[in-house]
Design a protein around this ligand. Structure first.
Ligand code: SF4
Length: 229
């Protein structure tokens, strides 16, 4: 069998090229790219809200919240009930409201109004796990970091069987970091999530239109040639 790292690099090359062909409707992760280049506070709050929520809804709700409370001080001062009202369309909105308010207050009071730029410090905020922290490190600070969410985990372990025995997102994170050049670490999340949203979907993967089908080991894929090849 081919070295899984080499196989991964070839796979990521194809998925990176496909990324540009997806529209925002079929791959809503592309909306989140607009977070890049915004303030670290904007990136942190948007990414915290994105957990277990659809990207298109996250984008809309985060824009409303951050237009009313664009700074840590303003969000800290906003009544919890008002934050909950804005976040209501998102899953776990009460918990998220508490978490973003608490994060804003801590940034304002303990960090001099600046979002910390290290994994260890970001992980101290309630509602921030490794995935959120790594995405913020890349999007807000341009640091090489790999965010592993359910799309990334599913595609690498179950669909492409590159790391079939992985149990935790950290296993996939390490595999991606060891296999890909540093300048790919940040973008690989976006490429794989877009591919997972548009083609290699969680429930019904669109194997019939997938350009990678001939090489894919996933047993559910059809065997006739792809119309895209
Ligand atoms: S062939 Fe199917 S399972 Fe394999 S990568 Fe493409 S969509 Fe996913």
């Amino acid at each position: 069998m081919k070295d899984p790292r080499e196989k991964l690099r070839k796979f990521v090359d194809v998925v990176a090229r496909l990324y540009d062909s997806f529209g925002e409707e079929e791959a809503p992760i592309k909306l989140m790219k607009k977070v890049k280049g915004r303030s670290p506070f904007h990136a942190l709050i948007t990414t915290m809200l994105s957990v277990r929520s659809k990207d298109e809804m996250t984008h809309r709700v985060a824009a409303e919240l951050l237009s009313k409370a664009p700074t840590p001080q303003a969000l800290c001062a906003m009544p919890l009930e008002e934050i909950e009202r804005i976040l209501r369309p998102l899953g776990f909105y009460r918990q998220k409201a508490r978490n973003v308010k608490e994060a804003a207050c801590r940034i304002a009071n303990e960090y001099g109004g600046r979002v910390p730029d290290t994994l260890d410090e970001l992980l101290k905020f309630r509602g921030v796990g490794r995935k959120v922290a790594n995405i913020v490190l890349y999007n807000a600070f341009g640091k090489p970091a790999v965010g592993v969410d359910t799309h990334v985990f599913r595609i690498i372990t179950e669909r492409w069987r590159l790391l079939p025995d992985a149990k935790r997102p950290e296993d996939v994170e390490r595999f991606l970091m060891e296999s890909l050049p540093k300048d790919m670490w940040g973008e690989v999340n976006r490429y794989l999530v877009a591919f997972g949203q548009a083609i290699c979907k969680p429930q019904n993967p669109r194997c019939d239109v997938c350009p990678l089908r001939q090489k894919c080991p996933y047993p559910g894929r059809p065997t006739h040639p792809s119309p895209l090849q």
